[in-house]
Design a protein around this ligand. Structure first.
Ligand code: BYC
Length: 474
């Protein structure tokens, strides 16, 4: 499983032994580079960035750090090692050997899952492409670029599967992945959150905390797949993904830390005064949180979904930590709690567990999310501030599924149209909030310097000091 860097496309899948596939991917490669030049991080093409590149697929010592110009980053195809004896662990094919090829009857669904996953990767790079121009430090700029090149690599991971296992229509889907554009009215990205803007760094940190975490949970569900190449490629993607969520959690934490310092120094919690002092007040952070959380939980799909049931029964997409469950892994008779709206009230209901798998994964995601928000609250408590960030109710501000369009307060109360209109500005980031946050964004590009609205990190990258020159401009 060693990675071959001598090939035009670095890989650990013995690409050289399949000349037709190798040629097809080498044909896609310049298209990808053209997309990167057009849609990748703006103004970054000649800078040297201190990036990690995968040199092995083993958890210990898999990454190598050095200066790289991003268009020269070695995007490649890396699969985690095969388990040898792996089986399909759930659904109607349970107990059969895991598939090394695509089972004909599940081809269309599998392709659709891979395309949906693949589509999110370039989408996020497009969403973040202007952020480098307003970085709060070289450390943060480097982290943004690291996230961007790795999302590019995750696109490669899905494109490999499409080319290798889906023939002509796979190649067409791979081309289409470079043609859709985040937010484009005529040819948008597939899923809602990936057509939203990421206009400022608070939005970027929230996105990497909340939305990359959807990536974690979807990838963990796909890592259970009976289609072994998908399971192996997502397992390696998860190793890269962990850093993206760290960027989000520590980023928001540093914004909170700085705000609390200024609150303590000036003995004030008045948002207007804090804004005048150049930091982001905690209620604004809460409104950003409410937006990113609600938009992200829509990414899990409808609460009750026949697609999700089919993906599971066919062995294509499992539950988070599927093999840890002591049940039958078929879910034919099991039930799962879902929320229903009856007479304008939210009522606890039940659905067949097989159809409620999107809801189950969403609930697993929410548990993980709440834990990190608790760590942000510890920063606020430690600073002695009487404020607590909360994760909104899961029916708040939903656009997908039966809860879509329900007018609900963040704490889960159904409200009248009038109350929604009056209070929406307290609950979701407003244009004025975004304009204020944007007004703070200015480029800080001196080693060791940090914008006023964010604290320096407690841990830098690869044990480098905080004043390390993470990015060199040429
Ligand atoms: N926006 O039966 P349903 C990541 C569509 S993030 C728009 O509930 P299903 C990353 C749905 O496609 C992880 N449309 O859907 C993070 C369906 O359409 P059709 C990405 C939506 O199929 C940060 C219809 O509504 N990976 O990696 O059960 C940076 C019926 O819905 C949305 C995956 O998502 C939405 N939010 O579930 C970079 C894994 N939700 O058939 C990367 C692969 C639903 O009527 N995807 N729809 O045209 C899947 O497993 C499933 O497609 C979903 C949807 C869970 C997304």
């Amino acid at each position: 499983m060693t990675i071959t860097y001598a090939d035009k496309i670095p890989n650990n899948v013995d690409l050289g032994s399949d000349k037709v596939l190798q040629r097809a991917l080498e044909h896609w490669q310049p298209e990808f580079l053209k997309w990167w030049a057009d849609m990748g991080p703006e103004g970054s093409h000649t800078t040297d960035v201190y990036l990690r590149t995968a040199v092995s697929v083993h958890p210990s010592g898999w990454a190598h750090f050095d200066y790289v110009k991003m268009p020269e980053y070695r995007w490649g195809i890396f699969l985690s090692p095969s388990d040898g004896e792996r089986q399909v662990n759930f659904g109607d094919h349970k107990g059969e050997p895991a598939w090394q090829d695509v089972p004909g009857e599940h081809r269309a669904n599998l392709r659709r899952i891979i395309v949906t996953q693949g589509d999110t990767e370039p989408a996020s790079v497009e969403q973040q492409r202007h952020l480098g121009l307003t970085c709060p430090s070289l450390y943060d700029l480097r982290n943004l670029f690291q996230v961007n090149v790795e999302e590019g690599r995750h696109l490669w991971a899905m494109v490999y599967l499409l080319h290798r296992y889906f023939g002509r229509d796979g190649r067409e889907e791979a081309e289409a992945l470079l043609q859709r554009r985040s937010g484009d009215r005529d040819n948008p990205r597939i899923l809602g959150a990936f057509n939203e803007r990421t206009p400022d760094w608070l939005a970027f940190f929230m996105f990497t905390y909340f939305t990359d975490r959807d990536g974690k949970f979807q990838l963990l569900a796909l890592a259970e797949s009976g289609f072994d190449p998908l399971a192996r490629t997502t397992r390696f993607m998860l190793m890269e993904e962990a850093h993206h969520m760290y960027v989000g959690e520590s980023g928001v934490g540093r914004v909170i830390q700085r705000t609390c310092e200024v609150m303590a120094e000036h003995k004030t919690d008045d948002p207007e005064r804090l804004r005048a002092l150049g930091v982001i007040d905690l209620p604004t952070i809460q409104r950003y949180l409410n937006f990113h959380f609600s938009v992200t939980i829509d990414l899990f799909g409808a609460d009750v979904s026949s697609n999700a049931a089919t993906f599971y029964s066919s062995g294509l997409k499992g539950r988070y930590e599927e093999t840890k469950y002591g049940d039958d892994h078929l879910l034919r008779d099991a039930k799962y709690p879902v929320l229903q709206v009856i007479d304008r009230r939210l009522v606890a209901g039940e659905a067949p567990a097989l159809n409620a798998l999107n809801e189950k994964l969403r609930d697993d995601y929410i548990k993980d999310t709440v834990a990190g928000v608790g760590r942000w609250n510890r920063i606020i408590r430690k600073a002695g501030m009487p404020f607590e960030l909360t994760v909104p109710h899961k029916a708040f501000n939903r656009k997908i599924g039966p809860l879509a369009g329900l007018k609900l307060s963040p704490d889960g109360r159904i409200v009248s149209d009038a109350e929604w209109t009056a209070k929406q500005r307290e609950w979701l980031a407003t244009d004025e909030d975004r304009a204020f946050v944007t007004s703070l964004m200015g480029r800080v590009a001196t080693p060791g310097a940090y914008a006023n609205w964010i604290s320096p990190p407690t841990l830098a990258i690869n044990k480098q000091p905080a004043d390390f020159e993470f990015v060199r401009f040429n």
